[in-house]
Design a protein around this ligand. Structure first.
Ligand SMILES: [Fe+2]
Ligand SMILES: [Fe+2]
Length: 266
């Protein structure tokens, strides 16, 4: 039995990018869980396999490292085996507003310290091909009985535009414990707890090679931008940095108490 005075600690890991990102998870996640007394880990896995989606083998490898729930993004949908992965594992999500067919894969509920925790995943519409409106999707999901029953409700909002992410906070302020932004791979310096107890950050960042172009090999990307001729993208070589947000939540009220950003690299 846990006392209400002991907040639940949720670690949210930014987009895991390719082999270097997976290696950083292996190296840092176990020690972080112990050092910070983390109760639950959510990670965005949309770039886990060669930067595009997540294979079944990458899923197994990362789940064994201590990730409880995987969220996704636009790249989750680029692999032909995505639907099989989503259907086989209820701890793997994709943005539920990506298409009407994927609505059920945009949320899951799990029990942490005997408290029901809902995790939701949606993606923005600016620069991304979301089939449905993310604001309508999330509000509708928050109202279904399984999610309404959860005191703690966390959202990965995967979006390009900072304004879309801020709008999601203002729409859901006080109705969810945390809204963690992903997709840009660049961490923002605006982590805060709203007056109504929602933890928010525009972007958590990525778990990948920092000396890169959002995880990709710079020379290929520069060639592409300089000439306008597409060069096949390649995951950047090097040692990755793990970027994450640590959120402390009062599980009796569902309100977030504290959020801090952290990075680990060798
Ligand atoms: Fe990503
Ligand atoms: Fe993305």
């Amino acid at each position: 039995m846990y006392l209400a005075a002991t907040p639940m600690k949720l670690l949210f890991v930014g987009d895991i990018f390719g082999r270097p990102g997976r290696d950083a998870v292996h190296r840092f996640l176990g020690p972080l869980r112990r050092e910070l007394n983390v109760d639950m880990v959510i990670a965005n896995g949309e770039n886990a396999t060669h930067g595009t989606g997540m294979s079944d083998s990458a899923y197994r490898e990362l789940a064994a490292s201590g990730i409880d729930v995987f969220t996704g993004g636009n790249h989750s949908l680029s692999r032909p085996d995505t639907l099989a992965l989503l259907e086989a594992h209820k701890d793997v999500l994709c943005p539920g507003n990506a298409s009407s067919m994927l609505e059920r894969h945009g949320w899951t509920v799990l029990s942490v310290r005997e408290t029901s925790v809902a995790v939701l995943n949606a993606m923005g519409q600016y620069c991304l091909t979301a089939g449905n409106n993310p604001f309508e999707y999330v509000e509708r999901m928050l109202d279904i009985p399984e999610i309404r029953a959860c005191k703690i409700r966390c959202i990965d909002f995967h979006a390009e535009a900072t304004a879309e992410k801020a709008a999601m906070l203002h729409l859901l302020d006080g109705r969810v414990s945390a809204i963690l932004g992903t997709h840009t791979h660049v961490p923002t310096a605006d982590a805060r707890i709203s007056d109504r107890g929602t933890a928010f950050v525009t972007d958590v960042g990525m778990t990948g090679v920092v000396d890169s172009i959002i995880g990709l090999d710079p020379s290929r990307m520069v060639q592409r931008y300089r000439t306008g001729i597409a060069a096949p993208p390649k995951v950047a070589d090097g040692t990755a940095t793990l970027m994450a947000a640590l959120v402390e939540i009062d599980e009796t009220t569902g309100q977030a108490l504290h959020i801090s950003m952290l990075q680990r690299s060798t």
